[in-house]
Design a protein around this ligand. Structure first.
Ligand code: NDP
Length: 273
């Protein structure tokens, strides 16, 4: 029997998840059906329960429901608990299991696909929203030499760093304090690029950088990537690899088989020039 999965978000029209999971299913010989559901803004829980009650086995969750999905879950894995958000649910009887694969997907893309080591690296993460929160535990597991989180609203970065204190050292910073500092890896986890805006990061931070990574994908050379390129950063990437890698983690969690991601990432990558 075909097992059913779905991604739920609002809006959902732009989602690439059904295509990604159909491609994984074909490559691994798994019999699944994966659809997209536009969740009602005032009825997320009802939509999830309806999907499960109709035989659904699991869901991916995207904006704006990642926090509500966390609240709805009965069993929360550590990454989801620390992120306070979930992007994947698995249904087993009346249990709703929650995990968060965004951060591990990002780390896989940086270390495996792009070949940039995070161990011993000085890492600068811009933004302190849900994506940054989900990235911190997987980042700390890589043992960076330094992990700095910079945010426009400094208090949010400070609260975020404090909440990870028992897992490792995260340094909170305002953008102004970054002047004169250098980082091996600079990651833009703000949503500024969605509005073609540039977080106020000083160009100095890129002086020794090996990689500038933009979480937003499909927008070509964003103001952040342009700044990094002009500062001479040798490797630039957008978040398409992260998207595919987090999908592969969810697929493995649901189906017990991890699909290969490289060919799909290559197919989906839009040149940044
Ligand atoms: P949130 O809304 O939770 O957080 C947004 C963050 O961006 C905040 O830290 C906010 O700062 C900051 N910000 C917004 N505008 C600006 C600006 N003009 N200058 C400086 N900082 C700014 O979003 P998420 O964390 O959920 O997502 C962030 C981005 O990551 C999104 O664009 C999303 O598309 C992308 N993403 C990509 C994924 C992928 O698979 N590739 C997966 C998940 C997310 P402040 O606190 O001061 O408001």
């Amino acid at each position: 029997m075909t097992d059913r999965y779905a991604v739920i978000g609002n809006p959902i029209g732009h989602t690439k998840s059904p295509m990604i999971h159909a491609s994984f299913a074909q490559a691994t010989g798994q019999d699944i059906d994966y659809s997209a559901i536009e969740g009602p803004l005032d009825g997320f829980a009802g939509a999830v329960h309806a999907f499960r009650d109709a035989g659904g086995r699991g869901m991916n969750v995207t904006a704006p429901f990642k926090l509500q999905a966390f609240e709805l879950a009965t069993d929360k894995l550590e990454r989801a608990r620390l992120a306070g958000a979930t992007n994947a649910l698995k249904f087993e009887g009346d249990r709703i299991h929650a995990d968060n694969f965004d951060g591990v997907g990002l780390v896989s893309d940086i270390t495996r696909n792009l070949g940039v080591a995070m161990k011993g690296a000085r890492v600068l993460l811009l933004g302190a929203g849900g994506a940054a929160r989900g990235a911190l535990l997987p980042f700390l597991a890589q043992q960076p030499a330094e992990l700095v989180v910079a945010n426009r609203t400094l208090a949010t970065a400070t609260a975020l760093a404090d909440s990870f204190a028992s897992h490792g050292r995260v340094i909170a910073s305002g953008y102004g304090d970054l002047a004169g500092q250098r980082f091996d890896i600079v990651i833009n986890a703000t949503s500024a690029s969605l509005k073609a805006e540039l977080p106020p990061v000083p160009a100095d931070v890129f002086k020794d950088s090996k990689l500038a990574y933009e979480l937003v994908y499909g927008k070509g050379l964003t103001p952040f990537l342009r700044l990094a390129r002009n500062a001479g950063v040798p490797q630039l990437a957008d978040g398409v690899g992260m998207l595919v890698e987090q999908a592969a983690e969810a697929f493995a969690w649901w189906r017990g088989v991890r699909p290969d991601t490289r060919a799909l990432i290559e197919r989906m990558t839009i040149p940044l020039a």
